[in-house]
Write a protein that binds this ligand. Sequence first.
Ligand code: 2PG
Ligand code: MG
Length: 417
Amino acid sequence: MSKIRSVRAWEILDSRGNPTVRAEAALSDGSVAVASVPSGASTGTHEALELRDGGKRYGGLGVLKAVANVNGPIARAVKGMEASNLRALDAKMIKLDGTANKSKLGANAILAVSLSVARAASVSAGLPLYKFLRKAYGLRLTAYKLPIPMMNVLNGGAHAGWTVDFQEFMIVPMQKTESERVRCGAEVFHALGKLLKAKGFDTGKGDEGGYAPTLGGNEIAMKMIVAAIGKAGYTPWGEVAIALDPASSEFYDTKTKRYILKADKKTLTAGEMIGLYEKWMQKYPLISVEDGLAEDDWDNWVLMTRQLGSRLQLVGDDFFVTNVARLNRGIERGAANAILIKLNQIGSLTETMDAIALARSADYKVIISHRSGETADTTIADLAVAVNAEYVKTGSLSRSERVEKYNRLMEIEREVK
Ligand code: 2PG
Ligand code: MG
């Protein structure tokens, strides 16, 4: 039993060079750990509040207010609490904040403490984080199942200056082990790079480390990826599938209720978007579509799930924002069949665990995800293993802040084998 002796935070930079919060928790037995909070670009309207300073510093993106909230009120409130009781810790911070979206203290402040204490408590317990989390939240799981990666090899939308409209084109390697899946992903990634180069496309990279060529159409990306899978010596469908995150709230026009695809010079209704996914499912090894419709387009989400849900994984990201209230509504209405889990959308580890538990109880698939602005923190890899998530989504096979999560997963695989 170890108590929280101190928590403190400071400002660091994320992978886009924007400020974010890093916190350190120190326990009475000398255990110390740090954790860092990521940050999104295509954020959902219903996410918990990321507290930013405004003003001149860092173009308004400074996080000194969030840092001060950790060092002041949060530090005072959590000092002396039992570190391994993560549920009590998060409840205390949520109460201290007192708002529905953590707008008083900031989700970035609360999450930094939530994660740093969890990490310190795992050190104190002498357990790797994935084992500790399973124990701390009383998860009744026996074996460890490594998540299948969804690797974002082609970036578009808000992550790549709108070279194509769809934000993420991901490959999903289906090999038996994590290390084989990572190898396959890397080989396909490099094959794609060579192919793009050979066709005269730009091979610069987007925010999540995938290529960001100006292709002149969204479907060309699908064709290039299928070609790259073959070029790397793998079979599309059997060995490597494709997942998409159009992040469609970003190109949805709420006034006309239309989806504007600039790269295709087309404007589609929700029904036509659903039709597009259905067509692509037949033509390409497409198994999963995230935020295929906009975050508040509820009726059409229900329609899409009725039409495609038995054949296609439909993932709610901006749609659910890791929020049990929104997920509950989705379950009741029959919208989506999978949830993207992002710790900072809701702002604490405990609420994230609750969203995962609810998803499980309704047979929704679980995908643990990074943000487009990341740090070297690899907590999500451990979280994915702790809960036996079906999938993990953590970017491309380049850029350390992405690759370190895959490296951590391979390390865990060696431990649990
Ligand atoms: C998403 C994420 C992560 P962002 O939309 O799924 O890939 O992007 O962090 O910008 O919201
Ligand atoms: Mg998304």
